[in-house]
Design a protein around this ligand. Structure first.
Ligand code: DHE
Length: 525
């Protein structure tokens, strides 16, 4: 039996506890935190869970909630026994995982092809700026898809439940991070683009980015961990770890110590040699000057708790980051290194990188959808020519419903797409809403993306993450089903809103995020 410091916690054998611990780490920690202090999901510490009791917790885990808790049992992702196990587990104290320091990182660091053995020029005929690095979530791989021919170039083995891809400033290298904090560095100049270096920089992570300031192109890479709460700066050509910085500290509002402030989105500044590191639980945006890693200068900008994802405004001066459980967008000025404004938006903003376009009345706006409701918020971003509107939520338009994750447009497009993959209604989660930017008041058109994929089996077919090609005339969507069901990528002609292509391949298992090399390299969205 597990010795619990909570005598009231329901009994568990050590074997049960170990299984539950693994499931919690893989399924629950992303939202509720390793120490269960809560963020996107509610806190699950025993002082709260013991009062609820096993039966209540079982129902919640099995059926989920409209606020975003997945229905683990009814979706078939957990068995009844596993639900019972998890309901008991979360009434025990959360075990603290080990730290992960320089020696651990060095032990996992591999330079597969050293810089001097790499090509000195591009060795393939691919239009590498139009390659899509496509997350294959449940196989721990990325598919490199040629955006021109729509053929798979290579499938590269990466970390567990791989999360995002970013590019180096030159666009030559791709960096892919898994939830297990493993980073893979892919060289797009190789005859067949493949892995050239890898490292683990923690036990759990979500973000990676490369230096983009003039003079520092391709020099440094940074990754942010959920556990241990830290970020790591690495050499841009080999991933050699150079500097580890802990993010433990005090929260922005109550100024209380937090043991697990996780690193959420990271972006490279175009204005200064800085990385902008968003720390979730303390609500701080760190402007990390990377010119001297030994005398590291960091400006700590207090923003709002529960920072998550975000993107640049169209000038790339203002970083717009969602503090999701605070229902706010923090606007951070990368030129002056300060907070401009906290903008109140709707329930649980989730922009991905957001979408920038020119509104006929308010001028340049940046927009976000929400997990908690159907609102799409437009935040004006021009403090010069549209000063009276700047950094206010100037309008809300209505999308299909809650459960929205990503919104996207392109400077060359007049369309704005909003997905809703986490909406409980299959008709909504399997389609996408598209607005005409010049006639937002006319509402949206629904594109039945999953239907267009022509998948015959009964998979979840959640339509997720619009991503443009380099030219800005095609939009790619993932049709995301479970591991054992068919998935696909659907390509839409942005002008006509008609189906252009369906990419189906037995190797495309659980595709989610797609990262067009050029658009990611130049922050086009
Ligand atoms: Fe993500 C971005 C964290 C679940 C697909 N996700 C991000 C970022 C963070 C984050 C911090 C911003 C990175 C950056 O810009 O540097 N994601 C988390 C979680 O903590 C969460 C809620 C739960 C978890 O356990 O991981 C989570 N994310 C998901 C998914 O379930 C998604 C839909 C499918 C998947 O592949 O896992 C998913 N997240 C994405 C994608 C992006 C992302 C596609 C990048 C969007 C972009 O356009 O840049």
């Amino acid at each position: 039996m597990v010795q619990s410091s909570n005598p009231k916690a329901p009994p568990m054998t050590q074997a049960e506890f170990d299984v539950a611990r693994k499931i919690y780490f893989e399924r629950c920690a992303g939202c509720h935190g390793v120490l269960r202090k809560g963020a996107t999901g509610k806190p699950l510490t025993p002082d709260i869970t013991l009062g609820k009791g096993t039966d209540y917790l079982k129902v919640f885990i099995a059926y989920g909630s409209p606020a975003g808790m997945p229905n683990w049992q009814t979706s078939g992702e957990m068995s009844e026994q596993q639900v019972d196990l998890m309901a008991r587990y979360i009434q025990h104290d959360a075990p603290t995982p080990p730290e992960f320091g320089m020696a651990d990182m060095k032990a996992t660091w591999k330079v597969v092809v050293p810089p001097e053995k790499r090509p000195t020029k591009k060795m393939n005929n691919y239009n590498i700026e139009n390659i899509f690095s496509t997350t294959l979530r449940d196989t721990g791989e990325v598919a490199l898809i040629d955006g021109d021919s729509k053929q798979i170039i290579n499938i590269v083995k990466t970390g567990y439940a791989v999360h995002i891809s970013r590019t180096s400033a030159s666009g030559r290298y791709l960096f892919v991070i898994g939830r297990d904090a493993k980073i893979n560095m892919i060289d797009l100049w190789m005859e067949k683009p493949d892995n050239v270096a890898e490292i683990r920089m923690g036990l759990e992570a979500r973000s990676v980015e490369a230096s983009k300031y003039k003079g520092y192109e391709d020099k440094l890479v940074i990754a942010g961990a959920y556990w241990p709460p830290q970020y790591v700066i690495m050499k841009g050509d080999t991933l050699e770890p150079l500097k580890i910085v802990s993010t433990r500290g005090n929260t922005v509002d109550k100024q209380e110590y937090h043991p697990e402030p996780r690193v959420a989105s990271i972006v490279a500044s175009h204005y200064r040699p800085e990385f902008i590191v968003n720390v979730k639980e303390t609500g701080k945006t760190l402007m990390v000057d990377y010119t001297d890693l030994n005398a590291l200068k960091t400006i700590e900008v207090g923003t709002a708790r529960f920072l998550h994802d975000g993107g640049w405004d169209s000038t790339k001066r203002y970083f717009m980051v969602a503090a999701n459980q605070s229902n706010k967008i923090a606007v951070v000025d990368a030129k002056e290194d300060k907070l401009v404004k906290l903008v109140e938006v709707s329930k649980i903003p989730h922009p991905g990188r957001g979408a920038n376009f020119i509104h006929p009345k308010f001028g340049p706006v940046w927009s976000t959808g929400h997990l908690g409701d159907e609102a799409i918020s437009l935040v004006a971003t021009d403090p010069v020519k549209h000063k009276q509107y700047a950094f206010k939520e100037v309008a809300q338009i209505k999308g299909q419903g809650g459960g929205a994750l990503f919104i996207k447009t392109h400077p060359k497009s007049k369309h704005l797409y909003s997905d809703t993959p986490l909406n409980p209604d299959a008709a909504i989660s399997q389609s996408v809403a598209v607005f005409d930017i010049n006639a937002l008041d006319k509402g949206f058109k629904v594109l039945p993306i999953a239907e267009w994929a022509g998948i015959k089996d009964d998979g979840a077919k959640r339509v997720v993450q619009p991503e443009y090609n380099k030219a800005g005339d095609e939009v790619w969507f993932s049709v995301w089903s479970a591991k054992d069901k068919q998935s696909a990528i659907v390509v839409v002609d942005d002008k006509t809103l008609k189906l252009k292509a369906v990419i189906k391949d037995p190797r495309l298992i659980t595709p989610t995020g797609k990262f067009n090399v050029y658009n990611t390299q130049h922050d086009v969205y």
